[in-house]
Design a protein around this ligand. Sequence first.
Ligand code: SF4
Length: 366
Amino acid sequence: MTAGLYVHVPFCLTRCGYCDFNAYAGLGHLASRYVDALEAEAGLWADAWRGERFGSVFLGGGTPTTLDADELARLLARLRERFDLEPGAEVTIEANPDTVDEEKLAALREAGYTRLSMGAQSFDQRVLDALERVHGPASVHRAFAAARAAGHTDVNLDLIYGANGETLASWRRTLEETIALRPEHVSAYALTIEPATPLGRKVQAGLVPGPEPDLQADMFDLACELLGEAGYGHYEVSNWAFPGFECRHNLGYWRKQPYLGLGAGAHSYRDGRRWWNVRPPAEYLDVVEHGQRPVGGEERLTPEDERLEDVFLKLRILEGVPVASVDRDVASGFLQQGLLRRRDGHLVPTERGMLLLNELVLALAG
Ligand code: SF4
């Protein structure tokens, strides 16, 4: 079993109204200090993770491509020095379309970044405005073409559905434009409203309507239909890929493989223990610059939590749970309702079942 290495870069050009990630606009002046701190933190963990083979690296955020290509190349080279990355490891970098051009993308490829994950979200300007995204649809086309010209052959486009004003017809156009580009991987997430975000506060104040669950369910169905017809395999509730292009790093999380997170707020997991770094970038810098590991907290799951989580993860990656492990009446009820189906002695969620995953988990793990 290989491990994953996650590196968090908390800088963004602007802050999107719906975002509750550990991401900040206006902190670009900290960037080079932050890269130094990431390298130092890698050194603080290297001995503890010696002997572990890493099959994937994922630079997420935030927007890692706000860092310049030289910094990103140097960072990856340092990680290779500190950790045992297997040959052919998947190395993903998340990119915002407005922070990349062909030259930068070619430099990243040259440096060893093998996979590009681009935040497209929608091809409808009104939807992008509702999400307060800084880029427009034309930027996604330009950045995607630049990625291909730079030689990137493993590209993901991230989409979000259900923003205020988005119709099923608009979502269909977004899916069709996405498919026309033929990215190797597509992630499509239902917009969720987090109370502590600017959008969450607007929804609570009644200034903006929240997503309509029925419309989002129809949008999910449409994604399943169109992406399936276009040859994408549905391998996780919100993720589709051409065969062989499933994201190894994310599959590692869902299969409970160990992972080490570096950077502000990054989470780690190993041997049943989870821990996470302090969240504010300034605090992270301060702790690492004093030569300390920046751990902010940790937990061990109880056996009951472990069991619920195992069932949840197995359902979400459509591996399913053994038929024999589930109460017969419970299983037959869900089979009749079309929420589960049988496959190779396992019960796996149908596309309708994926929309009710939490209910399925509680019933199946009970
Ligand atoms: S670009 Fe991504 S991480 Fe940055 S603010 Fe927007 S949603 Fe959040």
